[in-house]
Design a protein. Structure first.
Lengths: 404, 164, 373
């Protein structure tokens, strides 16, 4: 009867999970029910799944409803970005950097452009620095809206309503960016020494209008979610990232700040005009799911403050260094450089080695989600599967950066 | 109170001098890259020891690993370690040279747990073997991929793309 | 002889009409819910098929009927087919005792309320059957959990219904509706009992914040994993039909049934034709409330669910019965006494539940360790 079925050969990750179960049983730690040797089941939360954000595959070892072990399998979105860099000029590569962490692509461009500018010794015009901060912070708000929206969507139908409300606000930001750069998500906007376009007429007043209305919307979202006893019960005390984890695994961004670590690259390793701006680094003390959510909501408020200050302080001047045409082919002197930047998810940086030619010799990304994902097995073990879904939503993963 | 950023700030020259003094034989070619990175080279035999002592150093403990990159120099390979010190709020970039025929180096997952996936990616893309790694599997490419793409002499094989 | 034949024909007619009502109600509810949810989520919802999307359910039904029908090789063949077939029995049989309007009632059982309560347990049986016959560990676990939830919440439902029987003094549904003529709706006398009954019925339906059994799509679907096509369609339609049927029960027992202004105006063939309008209107207000509640609250976890039933609803329901009985025995004008007590209890429950929960959560939070290196 079974001849017609061919079981597929389990792949490496599943084999590893099965091996670990065998080892645990041999050590005497397997769960023992009615004299059966073990009770665990290996289940695949496959690359296509409504709750894993992106094409992430989790090979979960379950004991009933408890998660014993998680093996994340990545690489389904691998686009060989690091190899592509070796055959493209620095300028041709900018659109490709965009597509790394596509939810907040301005910040990815920023890291790359800063690295090349440092290698080549290019100065950025002052007006362009302010515009960079404005667009970077706008995309930070947009990215946090996506992160919090999809996270609450994992919890319930309430969340699906939240997603739509938050995406509605994000639409206004994307409209602003479209007016400025011509694109809604992959902007291709930064250039070495400045930005491509100057702010169009009326853009600053539209931006200010939006910033006036936005804090009220944040309050609305908080009223829907923060005050909800069911939500609090599901998110407080779960998925705790300790400070030792932050040190061990290199966790940065809101995930680290929710555990009381005041690590914000805009303050600790300042770049651009951040030293002149007045904003707080928001931290929370408990490191659980609720705190990560709160840090993101607070950061949105801080971003609003930053953008308002920048709009006030915006100087006149050119937005690109030199003539109006960007330098299309630059050849930085031989050397290497790494610059990290505060992405909405953590520290995003590029390490570029140049050999003096017009192509980079080696480009390596330091992606925050790649580093944050390493803590998954530790974070998810011991929780029920429904909590596991909530925890993975709160870490805010974008597979584009993990897989590059 | 917990983890603090920059609780023991020192000037870059002081940090470089400290590293030269404490790691006299092991760290070579210590130089400063503005604004906050010290670049150094290390021989591959000494890496494990140096890594453990760098992490445990009382004044400038490099406790967090940021990333590990594998680079293919035509004459050999190089494994680059980028580590961060909370106390001084500075970075250290360690370059380890590896010979072309046997690109092997000890793993540092015992020192910095974050090295796990970074080393797997370096193995996957460049082909550097990390001896003693707990889980040496490919990470971004499929399990039966042949070759290491980020090598300069990599030629794309048809068997790597059966679906095309 | 003629009586027997007429009886059989009446029975067949009842079955046909009941199934028709159940299916139509389910199809209407699906579109209604999708559009109402969409409206509350700031988007449109299905609005292409038919004017304003009203034919969407029919399109979905055709799609579902056209799917491949299979059953897992190892699944029990008879039970696997039996489960979706029997799942709607509860919804259909309840209509035996619900008066759609004056004169339009299948039968007048003198234990109507008890019959209601007994028949609502049928769905649990079918779900267990479906989960077990799928020969799938996760389906079984999902079905057991759904069954546990439904059994736990039947008790508060009954406790709410008992007040109706106490107030009316009879178990006949007709008597209940007649008691409520002249706008003396039982919900005005005993809103607290209605609240207990309503919350319990949301959990019975696996709806709203109590939809853990059907939301197991976080990992695998619950009892319905191995079902596809029209087999799954049956479970799916039953859930939506249940919304209407349960609302009909609530309307009949608490909101005056088919009573309303001009209810007896058009009397044709012994049936009050305006009553149906009021009945359906009240039912759909309650259905909309169900959809609204579903949208507004995050899902309850299984331990929160069971704790809420056993530690909150059941004790309160029992106390409610005791208090009602005491009032009816000793307070001279017991209707007023009951109304005062029930409204006070209603506002106390609604007002105090949240702060009590929040205070407990705050205390837990204070005891939660602060992370440090």
């Amino acid at each position: 009867m079974y001849d017609q079925f061919e079981s597929p050969e389990p792949d490496e990750a599943v084999k590893l999970a099965l091996r670990r179960i065998d080892e645990a049983t041999a050590r005497g730690e397997g769960s023992d029910v009615d004299g059966l040797a073990f009770n665990e089941v290996v289940v695949n939360m496959g690359p296509q799944h409504p709750s894993t954000h992106g094409v992430l595959r989790l090979v979960v070892t379950l004991d009933g409803e408890l998660v014993k072990d998680v093996i994340p399998v990545i690489g389904y979105l691998h686009r060989c970005k690091e190899k592509l860099a070796e055959r493209r000029t620095y300028f041709q590569y900018i659109p490709i950097v965009d597509r790394t962490e596509y939810v907040a692509s301005i910040n990815c461009e920023w890291a790359y452009v800063m690295t090349v500018e440092k290698l080549a010794g290019i100065q950025v015009t002052r007006r362009a620095e302010f515009i960079r901060v404005i667009t970077g912070e706008l995309m930070r708000i947009a990215s946090h809206l996506v992160a919090v929206g999809t996270f609450t969507a994992d919890l319930s139908p309430l969340g699906t309503a939240m997603v739509f409300y938050m995406f509605r606000d994000r639409e206004i930001i994307l409209d602003l960016m479209e007016e400025l750069t011509g694109a809604r998500m992959m902007f291709n906007y930064f250039r070495f020494g400045g930005v491509r376009y100057d702010l169009p007429d009326g853009w600053t007043s539209k931006c200010r209008d939006y910033l006036q209305k936005f804090p009220k919307m944040i309050k609305e979202y908080e009223a829907l979610v923060d005050d909800n006893a069911i939500f609090l019960q599901r998110t407080q005390g779960k998925g705790v990232i300790t400070q030792q984890d932050v040190i061990d695994y290199g966790i940065t961004g809101p995930n680290a700040r929710a555990s009381g670590v005041e690590l914000d690259l805009r303050r600790s390793r300042p770049y651009s005009v951040y030293p002149e701006l007045d904003f707080e680094v928001r931290t929370e003390q408990h490191g659980d799911i609720f705190d990560r959510y709160r840090v993101r909501m607070d950061e949105m408020r801080e971003s609003v403050k930053i953008i308002e200050q920048c709009l006030d302080m915006l100087p006149k001047g050119p937005v690109q260094v030199g003539s109006l045409r960007a330098p299309y082919v630059i050849t930085p002197p031989p050397g290497s450089c790494y610059v990290g930047q505060e992405n909405p998810r953590g520290e995003f940086g590029t390490y570029i080695e140049s050999d003096g030619s017009r192509y980079p010799y080696r480009l390596k990304y330091r992606d925050p989600c790649f580093c944050n994902l390493q803590i998954f097995p530790k974070l998810l073990s011991g929780n029920k599967i429904a909590d596991a879904v909530a925890i993975s939503g709160s870490i805010d993963l974008v597979l584009g950066g993990i897989d590059r | 109170m917990g983890l603090q950023v920059g609780s023991n700030p020192m000037s870059m020259d002081a940090i470089a001098a400290l590293l030269v003094e404490r790691f006299a034989g092991e760290l070579e070619d210590v130089r400063i890259q503005e604004p906050d990175t010290v670049v150094a080279r290390c021989a591959r035999e000494k890496l494990k020891d140096v890594a453990a002592r760098l992490k445990a150093d009382a004044d400038a403990g490099y406790e967090t690993l940021n990333w590990i990159a594998g680079v293919d120099r035509e004459t050999g390979f190089e494994s680059v370690y980028h580590v961060y010190s909370w106390k001084t709020n500075t970075y250290l970039e360690l370059h380890v040279d590896l010979p072309r025929e046997t690109p092997e180096v000890d793993t540092v997952t015992g020192v910095w747990p974050a090295a796990d996936w970074h080393e797997r990616e370096s193995w996957d893309m460049v082909g550097i073997v990390y001896l003693g790694h707990p889980d040496p599997r490919r990470i971004l490419l499929k399990d039966d991929f042949v070759g290491h793409p980020l090598r300069k002499d990599y030629v794309d094989l048809a068997e790597n793309h059966p679906h095309v | 002889m003629v009586d027997i034949i007429v009886g059989i024909l009446r029975a067949i007619l009842f079955v046909v009409i009941s199934y028709a009502v159940v299916f139509v109600a389910a199809l209407v509810n699906i579109v209604f819910e999708r559009r109402a949810l969409a409206f509350m989520q700031d988007r449109h919802g299905p609005n292409r098929t038919g004017p304003h999307g009203v034919l969407q359910s029919i399109a979905d039904a055709f799609k579902m009927m056209g799917k491949e029908d299979f059953r897992p090789l190892l699944a029990d063949p008879f039970l696997f087919t039996l489960a979706p077939v029997t799942v709607m029995i509860g919804a259909v049989a309840i209509q035996l005792v619900i008066p759609y309007t004056g004169g339009l009632m299948a039968t007048s059982l003198n234990v109507g309320i008890i019959f209601l309560v007994a028949i609502t347990s049928f769905t649990t049986l079918s779900i267990l059957l479906g989960g077990w016959s799928s020969r799938n560990k996760y389906s079984l676990v999902g079905a057991l959990r759904a069954a546990a939830q439904m059994i736990s919440y039947e008790i508060p439902m009954i406790l709410g219904l008992i007040i109706v029987a106490m107030v009316v003094g009879s178990l006949r549904i007709e008597a209940v509706v007649a008691f409520q003529s002249g706008y003396e709706w039982i919900v005005f006398y005993a809103p607290f009992s209605f609240l207990i009954f309503y919350i319990a019925s949301i959990a019975e339906l696996n709806r709203g914040p109590f939809d853990l059994p059907e939301s197991e799509s976080e990992l695998v679907s619950g009892y319905g994993t191995e079902y596809s096509g029209m087999r799954f369609g049956m479970f799916f339609l039953n859930e939506y039909a249940g919304m209407t049927i349960m609302s009909m029960v609530a309307v009949t027992l608490f909101f005056g049934g088919w009573m309303g202004p001009f209810a007896g105006a058009i009397d044709f063939w012994g049936v009050d034709w305006i009553g149906i309008v009021w009945f359906l209107a009240k039912t759909y207000v309650l259905v909309f409330a169900l959809i609204w509640i579903r949208l507004s609250l995050p899902r309850l976890q299984v331990d929160q669910l069971m704790a809420f039933a056993w530690k909150v609803l059941i004790p309160l329901g029992l106390l409610n019965i005791l208090a009602t009985a005491a009032i009816m025995l000793w307070v001279p004008s017991w209707k007023w006494g009951l109304a005062v007590f029930s409204w006070v209890a209603f506002f106390a429950f609604v007002g105090l539940l949240d702060p009590i929960l929040k205070r407990r959560l705050r205390k837990l939070r204070e005891r939660q360790p602060v992370v440090s290196a």
